[in-house]
Ligand binder design. Structure first.
Ligand code: 5GP
Ligand code: ZN
Length: 107
């Protein structure tokens, strides 16, 4: 499968990793839309967050926990966690991922 986030998870494409957990990795978005813009991505391939939620709820909770920890580390605590789901909603990479965005960086 030609999936860019599977390649990042597998180390085939380099990225700026900012965190990892049992089921997830986190890295900086290549085109940040806010001062803090981190992607949290399950290691396992699922097409979007809805598919992830039904197939592996434990991995989804793990992803939210990793994102929350990084949001607390990188921002003053005010952040968004968004999951674009479907092309018409702006999804461009069809491997589930959450965007952690914040306007209030800590560092
Ligand atoms: P979506 O539009 O699917 O919700 O989000 C995909 C995100 O992945 C976009 O914000 C885009 O900038 C980011 N992105 C796409 N390709 C790469 C890449 O190769 N490396 C990184 N770090 N981010 C990427
Ligand atoms: Zn994938």
């Amino acid at each position: 499968m030609d999936c860019i986030f599977c390649k990042i998870v597998g180390g085939e494409i380099p990225t700026t990793l900012v965190g990892e957990s049992v089921h997830s990795i986190a890295f900086k978005d290549i085109a940040p839309k806010q001062p803090i813009h981190i992607l949290v991505v399950p290691r396992e391939h699922h097409g979007n967050v809805a598919e992830l939620a039904f197939a592996n709820p434990e991995a989804l909770v793990d992803l939210v926990q990793l994102g929350s920890k990084l949001a607390a580390e990188y921002s003053t605590g005010a952040f968004r966690l968004t999951f674009n789901t479907g092309a018409a909603a702006g999804q461009t990479v069809f491997h589930a991922h959450g965007h952690i965005t914040s306007n209030t960086p800590k560092k």
